[in-house]
Design a binder for this molecule. Structure first.
Ligand SMILES: Nc1nc2c(c(=O)[nH]1)N[C@H]1C(S)=C(S)[C@@H](COP(=O)(O)OP(=O)(O)OC[C@H]3O[C@@H](n4cnc5c(=O)[nH]c(N)nc54)[C@H](O)[C@@H]3O)O[C@H]1N2
Ligand SMILES: Nc1nc2c(c(=O)[nH]1)N[C@H]1C(S)=C(S)[C@@H](COP(=O)(O)OP(=O)(O)OC[C@H]3O[C@@H](n4cnc5c(=O)[nH]c(N)nc54)[C@H](O)[C@@H]3O)O[C@H]1N2
Ligand code: SF4
Ligand SMILES: [Mo]
Length: 730
C-alpha cells in the first residue's frame, strides 16, 4: 500500500491546508482571510523577554517565550542585526542546558580523593567562608601571585579580573590563549589593531583554517552565504577536511596541514612580481614593500605547490583573481589560531596578503574597530608590597598578551614552581580540563593545588577535579553587565541580560559569589554596587542605551564604518601597515614570515586536527540532550583509502594513541578528509560521571593532544600531534 503522504500532490497539500480556495479568491481576499484568522487567535499565553544567547561567544540576541515561569522556546530577536535575525541550532538548544537535570544544584565540597567523585552538599555560607579562608591561606603562604584566576568568555568575566587584581594576583588566564591570541598578535602587529571582515561586501574570499558555515561567527557566517549566493562573491577554501564551508565553496583545496604560510607567501609573490597591487596605496600606507619583494623571491607558486599539494597554476590563478577583485577581496583572517608553533607568523602571512590588496578600511575588505560607546568602570586596586614582580608565565615567550597570558605556559610553570609556587585556583565558566591540550598535565596541575574553587553550571571535568564546586546561574537567570559587540558593517552594538526566569535550585550569580568571598576577605568595598549601578557607569557616554535595550533588546551606535583611517596614522612603530615589522627584528623575531616545513607525517601515523561543527560548542555542549539527539557521539574521521590500508571498516571501534594518551571510539570512514589527517569532535568522554550523556561516550581529544605552543605568544598549538590508529579487536 502506498504511503498517502508520498502520493499527496502539491495541489492536494494546498487544498488540505485551505490555501487553494483562498488563493483563488485573489491576494486581498487572502490577506483579509488571514487577518480575520489572526484576530480570532487568542493572545499568546507566554511572556516575551529579551536576552542574549550564551551557548557560544557570539551572544546572539534572542526573545525567550516564558509560560508560567518556564522557558518554552527561544527565538531570534529580529532587531539584533549582528546575527541577521538568526538563532542557531545550539542557541535553540540552550533550553536543554538550562533545564539539564545534570545541572549543579547546590555548593559541593570534595570528600574523597581529587577526581574520585565523592561530594558533600554544604550550605552557601559555609562554602563562601571556606573559599575565603582558603584563598587567604594561599595568599599568606605564597603571596597574592600564588593564586591563579581563570575565566571563560562571558559578560560577567570582568569581575574575575577585578577580583584577581584586588586580591593581588597578576595570574589571570582566559580561554583566549587556547583560541585566538596568535591571530590577534599577527594582525595587531601588521595593522596596529585587530580587524573585522566585511564579508557581506566582498567579491573574493579565501577561507583558510576556518570553517564559517559550521564554526559560526556572526554576522560573518550569514553574510558569507549572502555574499556567495546573492552578490557573486567567489569563495575558495583551504582545509584538510571537506567541511560544510568547503562543500559550499567554489573551490576546495585539501591543503597539507601546516603549509598555509607557503600558500600565502606564494600569493604575495605573484601579486608583487606581476605588479597586481595599487603602487600608490602601497607606497603611502605600508612599510617595507622592497624588503618584502626581496624576501618573497624563493616563495614561488612552484615552491608552494610542492609544500601544500595544490597545483602551482591554481595558486597563481587564485592570486590573480584575488588581486583583480581588490580592494573588495580578502584572505579571511579566521578566528581560532591555536594550531601550530608558528601560528603568529602563519597569520602574519594572511595579514600581509590583505595589505597588498589594499583592502583596509574599505567595503569588502578588513575593517577597523568601530566605536561602541561603552566605558570602563575604573577602581584603585590595593598594592601588596610582599608580592611577586610579574606573572608566572612572564618572559617565557617574547610577545604574550599581558592580560590573557598563556594557559599552556602557565601550566608548565605551575608544575615546576617556575619561578614561584601557585597553590590556589579560582575558575569561572571555562573548562581547561576539556579544552587545554594534554589532559593529564591539567590533572597534574590540579594535584599541585591546595585549593581549587570552580563556578560552573555543570559538573565539568574541571569542576570534577576541584575542591569546592559552586552552582552558577545560567544566562537566562542572571543580571549581566553590558557588553559591547563588534563585527563588520552591521554591528557596533551593546547588549545586556536581565533574568528571564527565576534562578533554578540554589544557583547564584558569579557577582554575588565574588561579593560574598571578597566581603569575607575585607575586599568588599570593590564590589559594593549593584549590576544596575555598574551598567549605568558603563553607559554614561550613551545614556539612552539602557532604555533602547529595554525596548529592542540591543543598542546600536551609529558610528562610522568605512574611512575610519582617513587622515589617521596606524598604531605601529612605522605608523604604517607593516609588511616588515621592525619591532620583531628588535626582539629577535623574523620581521617577515619565514616558512619552515611542518614535520612530515610519520609512516602509519596521522595528524590529528581540532575543529567544531554546528551542533557543538567546544567542551560545553556534549551533555546537551537536544544536541545529542542529532549527534549521539563523536567519531574518528578516517580517510577511505587509509582505512582500507589499516583494515578498518566504517563504524568499527578503533584505538587512537599519541605520545601523551590513548582513547577509543568508532571510526567514520569517509572521503571528506585527507589520507594523512584524522579528526574528532571535542567535549566527549568526560571523566565527570555527573555529565551522564558525555561520560563514557566517544573519546576525549584533549587526552590525545600534545601541548606545544606558538613561539611568539604562547597560544596553544593543537595541530602538532601525530596519532596511530588501530582496529580494536572485539
Ligand atoms: N579539544 C578542543 N580544545 C579546544 C577547542 C576545541 O574546539 N577543541 N577550542 C578552543 C577554543 S577556540 C576556545 S575559545 C576554548 C574554549 O574553552 P572553554 O573556555 O573551556 O569553553 P567551553 O568548552 O565552552 O567551556 C565552558 C564552560 O563553562 C560552563 N558554562 C556554560 N554556561 C555557564 C554559565 O552560565 N555559568 C557558568 N559559571 N559556567 C557556564 C560550561 O559548563 C563549561 O564547563 O577552547 C579551546 N580548546
Ligand atoms: N558551531 C560552533 N561555532 C562556533 C564555536 C563552536 O564551538 N561551535 N566556537 C566559536 C569559537 S570560540 C571560535 S574560536 C570559532 C572558531 O572558528 P574556526 O577557526 O573557523 O573553527 P574551527 O572549527 O576550529 O576551524 C578550523 C578549521 O581548520 C582546519 N584545519 C586544520 N589544520 C589546517 C591547516 O593546516 N590549514 C588549513 N587551511 N586548515 C586547517 C580544520 O579542519 C577546521 O575545519 O568558532 C566560533 N563558533
Ligand atoms: S551562534 Fe548560536 S550558539 Fe552562538 S550565540 Fe549565536 S545562537 Fe548562540
Ligand atoms: Mo575560540
Amino acid at each position: 500500500m502506498s504511503n498517502p503522504q508520498q502520493t499527496m500532490s502539491r495541489r492536494d497539500f494546498f487544498k488540505a491546508s485551505g490555501l487553494v480556495a483562498a488563493g483563488a479568491m485573489g491576494g486581498p481576499a487572502l490577506l483579509g482571510g488571514l487577518k480575520k484568522a489572526r484576530a480570532a487567535v487568542p493572545a499568546p499565553a507566554w511572556d516575551s523577554k529579551f536576552s542574549a544567547c550564551d551557548i557560544c561567544f557570539n551572544k546572539c540576541g534572542l526573545i525567550a517565550r516564558v509560560e508560567d515561569g518556564v522557558v518554552k522556546k527561544l527565538d531570534p530577536n529580529p532587531k539584533f542585526l549582528k546575527s541577521r535575525g538568526m538563532l542557531c541550532a545550539r542557541g535553540n538548544a540552550g533550553i536543554a542546558q538550562v533545564y539539564d537535570p545534570d545541572r549543579l544544584k547546590h555548593p559541593l565540597l570534595r570528600k574523597g580523593a581529587r577526581g574520585e567523585g565523592k561530594w558533600q552538599r554544604i550550605p552557601w555560607d559555609e562554602a563562601l567562608d571556606m573559599a575565603a579562608q582558603k584563598m587567604e591561606e594561599v595568599r599568606k603562604k605564597h603571596t597574592p601571585c600564588g593564586h591563579l584566576f581563570s575565566a571563560g568568555t562571558d559578560l560577567h568575566s570582568q569581575f574575575v579580573s577585578r577580583f584577581a587584581e584586588v586580591y593581588g594576583s597578576f595570574n589571570v588566564t582566559s580561554h583566549e590563549s587556547l583560541c585566538l591570541v596568535s591571530g590577534n598578535r599577527a594582525f595587531l602587529d601588521t595593522y596596529g589593531e585587530v580587524p573585522f571582515a566585511d564579508v557581506l561586501n566582498s567579491k573574493y574570499i579565501i577561507m583558510a583554517g576556518a570553517n564559517r558555515f559550521e564554526a559560526l561567527v556572526t554576522p560573518d557566517s550569514m553574510d558569507l552565504m549572502t555574499a556567495i549566493r546573492d552578490h557573486g562573491c567567489k569563495l575558495v577554501t583551504l582545509d584538510p577536511r571537506y567541511t560544510k564551508t568547503a562543500a559550499l565553496s567554489h573551490e576546495w583545496h585539501p591543503i597539507r596541514p601546516g603549509t598555509d604560510m607557503a600558500f600565502m607567501l606564494a600569493l604575495a609573490h605573484v601579486i608583487i612580481s606581476e605588479k597586481l597591487y595599487d603602487p600608490q596605496w602601497v607606497a603611502e600606507k605600508t612599510y617595507g614593500i622592497e624588503l618584502l619583494a626581496e624576501h618573497l623571491g624563493p616563495y614561488t607558486p612552484g615552491f608552494a605547490a610542492e609544500q601544500c599539494g595544490i597545483p602551482a597554476e591554481d595558486i597563481a590563478r587564485i592570486a590573480r583573481e584575488l588581486a583583480a577583485a581588490a580592494p573588495a577581496s580578502m584572505v579571511y583572517p579566521g578566528r581560532r589560531t591555536s594550531d601550530y608553533e608558528d601560528s603568529t607568523q602563519i597569520r602574519r602571512s594572511f595579514a600581509i596578503v590583505n595589505a597588498l590588496l589594499g583592502n583596509w578600511d574599505k567595503p569588502g575588505g578588513l575593517l577597523a574597530a568601530r566605536q561602541v560607546g561603552l566605558t570602563g568602570v575604573p577602581y584603585d586596586a590595593p598594592w601588596y608590597d610582599e608580592n611577586r614582580d610579574d606573572r608566572i608565565d612572564a618572559h617565557k615567550v617574547p610577545m604574550m598578551f599581558e592580560h590573557e597570558g598563556s594557559f599552556v605556559v602557565t601550566r608548565d610553570a605551575v608544575l615546576n614552581d617556575d619561578p614561584y609556587p601557585i597553590r590556589g585556583w579560582f575558575v569561572y565558566k571555562t573548562n581547561p580540563m576539556g579544552t587545554a591540550p594534554n589532559r593529564k598535565k591539567t590533572i597534574e596541575m590540579m594535584n599541585r593545588m591546595d585549593f581549587v574553587t570552580v563556578v560552573d553550571i555543570a559538573m565539568s571535568d574541571t569542576a570534577w577535579m576541584a575542591d569546592l564546586v559552586l552552582p552558577s546561574q545560567s544566562y537566562l537567570e542572571r543580571t549581566d553587565p553590558c557588553s559591547g559587540l563588534q563585527g563588520s558593517v552591521a554591528c557596533a552594538c551593546v547588549v545586556k541580560r536581565d533574568p528571564v526566569i527565576d534562578p533554578l535550585y540554589e544557583s547564584r550569580s558569579l557577582f554575588d559569589i565574588i561579593k560574598g568571598i571578597a566581603g569575607r576577605m575585607e575586599l568588599g568595598e570593590y564590589f559594593d554596587f549593584t549590576i544596575e549601578e555598574y551598567r549605568k557607569q558603563q553607559t554614561r557616554d550613551i545614556p539612552e542605551a539602557l532604555k533602547v535595550m529595554d525596548r529592542d533588546g540591543v543598542y546600536y551606535n551609529p558610528s562610522k564604518v568605512y574611512g575610519i583611517y582617513d587622515g589617521r596614522i596606524y598604531k605601529t612603530l612605522s605608523k604604517k601597515i607593516e609588511l616588515y615589522n621592525q619591532r620583531y627584528l628588535q626582539m629577535g623575531l623574523d620581521p617577515m614570515p619565514v616558512y619552515t616545513e611542518p614535520a612530515r607525517t610519520p609512516a602509519n601515523q596521522f595528524r590529528l586536527v581540532v575543529g567544531r561543527d554546528a551542533l557543538t560548542t567546544q567542551s560545553s555542549t556534549a551533555n546537551n540532550s537536544l544536541l545529542r539527539e542529532f549527534e549521539p557521539s563523536n567519531t574518528l574521521w578516517l580517510n577511505t583509502r587509509a582505512a582500507e590500508g589499516l583494515g578498518i571498516r566504517d563504524g568499527e571501534k578503533v584505538e587512537v594513541s599519541s605520545s601523551v594518551g590513548r582513547q577509543e571510539l568508532a571510526a567514520e570512514v569517509t572521503d571528506r578528509i585527507r589520507p594523512d589527517t584524522v579528526y574528532m569532535l571535542s567535549g566527549f568522554n568526560t571523566l565527570s560521571s555527573m555529565q551522564t550523556r558525555s561520560h563514557n561516550n566517544g573519546a576525549s581529544i584533549n587526552e590525545l593532544l600534545e601541548d606545544d605552543y606558538d613561539a611568539v605568544t604562547g597560544n596553544a598549538a593543537m595541530h602538532t600531534t601525530f596519532v596511530t590508529v588501530t582496529r580494536k579487536v572485539a
